[in-house]
Structures are given as C-alpha cells and as structure tokens.
Design a protein around this ligand. Structure first.
Ligand code: 8YV
Length: 322
C-alpha cells in the first residue's frame, strides 16, 4: 500500500480520492507548519508528499529523500518553495495544481484595486467612528476604474482571467507583458503587448502575475515605481519578493504612487511595521486563493497528480525542470 503524507489539513475531497485508490494517507492534524526536521523525516519515509507553499523543500531536505519517494505534489499553483532541479536530480517528480486559483485570485485582484481606489478601509472606519454626520459631495471621492488602463505583468492563467474581467466588465484598455505574446488574448480583449517600462508609465492600475524566479526577484523596484503615475495603484497577488518592499514603502510614504493592494510580502509572514503603518496600502494575508472552490480543486488535483504517477501516467500538474 503506497503511503502519502499531507503536511497540513486540506479539504477532504483529495484525501478521499487517494483512499479510494488504496493509498494510506497520513496527515498533520495540528495547525502548525512542519519543521525542517519533520520534513526530512517525511521525505525519507513516505512514497508521496502533499506540500504547501509554507513547506520549503530545498537541497537539504531532498538530501534525505529515500529512493521510494516518487512525487512531491504541491497544493498550490506557485512552486518556488521547491528546488525543482534538485528534485529532478533525485528522480522525484514535482507537480502543482494549474488553473485551480484563477477565478479566485482574479476576483481578489479587483477587490484590492477597488478597496484602494475607493478607500474602503478608511471609509468603513469613518462610518464606525461616527464621523459620517452629513453627506459631502466630495467625501471619499475617487476616479472610477471603468474605462481606465490596466497593466498586466505576466499573462498566465490568472493574468488572462484578470484581463477578461477588465475588458468585459470594466471596459478597460489593457497593456500586458509576458515573455511571449498571446494573439488569442489580444484578439479577445484588444490588449496591447508592451514593454514593461511603457506599462509602468501608462497604466492606471498594475497587477503582477509572474512566478518568483531569479529573473523576477525585485522585478518592481525604485526605477519602476518612479515610472508610475502618482495616481496609479499597484496590486501584488503573486509572490512578495517580486517587489522590492523597501522601495514600495518609500513610494507609498512619499505618495509617489497612490496606493498598493498586497496579498503577499517579501518576508512573509513578517510584514514591515512601515508597511503596516501606511494608510494607502490594503493588506490581505495571502488569501487571494482562499475560496472553497479553489481549495477543493487544489486538493483534488494534488491527489490526482499522485494517483497518475502511481498509475504510470503523466500527471496533469507535472512541472518540467528547465
Ligand atoms: C496557495 C498560492 O494558497 O497557489 C499558490 O501559488 O500562492 C496560494 O494562494 C498556496 O500555494 C497553498 O499552498
């Protein structure tokens, strides 16, 4: 009976699928992340592991992997927590859950943009503190999102969903950048493929949808923030280290840019006090993908990836080491 360890409690759907296929499923029942030592033990003992973004599977952990460890199935879309090359070298397959979070994260992106734009947090506080005494024609006034220009950096599945909402819902002009063009996307949304400098200069709303790699580390720093309009809003639901957080805090403090909506942080879960103190930042706790639908589908795909590997098939979420 092949054995699977799941590093945190996840929705039951995937666990049931595994049990139906006669896997023995063991689970971390606590609400604590596993330590490095725990992970080392697990990779030396189990045939498959379901990991989370919080489990750093690096060279040291993989050094303890037994030859029986066939697959690390990451519960999530991003997989920068795993050393893919080292896993490949050890003959361990790594998978993710492609597409599972697109709708949820795209919704969250607009929630962050609109919360920043309409100063929702300040407006809520204003009402609760009893400050809403009389209606004011200029109270909490903001530009509308409708019809403005959005810049999408990274046109994977999530970026594409964001583009579709922007075009069909908010009738926005779209500028986008990725390492390659998508003619389909351009035809469907009238989007223009642009270099990043132009996006930072022209867009009213900028959203990041790139994986964290050595190439995208600090992709947005002082230079890019300086290009941005004073009225522009930046949203990040990808990975924190894609933005130089210190430079962002400075740009927000000096109102070089209008606001930022952040779901991820450079040193997550630690967040700088400077960032926390800023009124023009809306902060969520890496919860952009936290919908019931997405979590269920992550659980199902993570399990199916394991089942496929043990049945000798190529798993849907196979990550190919480059
Ligand atoms: C997930 C994420 O919740 O899917 C991703 O890449 O960043 C998150 O939204 C996380 O990966 C769970 O492990």
């Amino acid at each position: 009976m092949p054995t699977v360890y799941v590093t945190r409690k996840i929705p039951d759907v995937g666990l049931q699928l595994l049990k139906k296929k006669h896997f023995r499923v063991d689970l971390n029942h606590s609400d604590q992340n596993l330590s490095e030592e725990d992970l080392k033990k697990l990779v030396s003992k189990y045939d498959a592991i379901i990991t989370l973004v919080t489990d750093k599977i690096d060279r040291q952990i993989l050094a303890q992997a037994s030859p029986n460890l066939k697959i690390i199935s990451n519960f999530g879309v991003g997989y920068d927590n795993i050393d893919i090359l080292e896993a490949k070298r050890k003959g361990v397959i790594v998978t993710n859950t492609p597409g599972a979070a697109s709708e949820s994260v795209a919704e969250h992106v607009f929630m962050l943009f609109l919360s920043c734009l309409k100063q929702v947090i300040a407006a809520d506080r204003f009402v609760r503190l009893g400050k809403y005494k009389k209606w004011d024609p200029f109270g909490f006034i903001s530009p509308q999102m409708w019809g403005k220009t959005i810049g999408i950096i990274g046109l994977g599945k999530i970026g594409t969903f964001v583009g579709n909402i922007a075009y069909n819902g908010f009738k926005m002009d779209i500028l986008y950048y990725d390492t390659s063009r998508s003619e389909d996307f351009e035809i469907l949304t009238e989007a223009k493929y642009s270099d990043m400098e132009l996006i930072f200069k022209k867009a009213d709303f900028i959203t990041l949808h790139v994986p964290l790699t050595p190439q995208t580390f600090h992709l947005v720093g002082k230079k890019q923030l300086d290009f941005m309009k004073n009225s522009a809003i930046l949203v990040n639901t990808s990975r924190g280290a894609v933005i130089d957080e210190e430079a962002l805090v400075e740009a927000l403090k000096t109102q070089k840019i209008a606001a930022a909506g952040l779901d991820v942080y450079e040193h997550e879960p630690d967040i700088s006090q400077d960032l926390i103190a800023l009124e023009n930042a809306v902060l969520t706790p890496h919860s952009a993908s936290a919908t019931i639908e997405t979590r269920n589908s992550m659980s199902r795909i993570a399990a199916e990836n394991i089942i496929d590997v043990f049945e000798g098939k190529e798993p849907f979420g196979l990550i190919k080491a480059k």
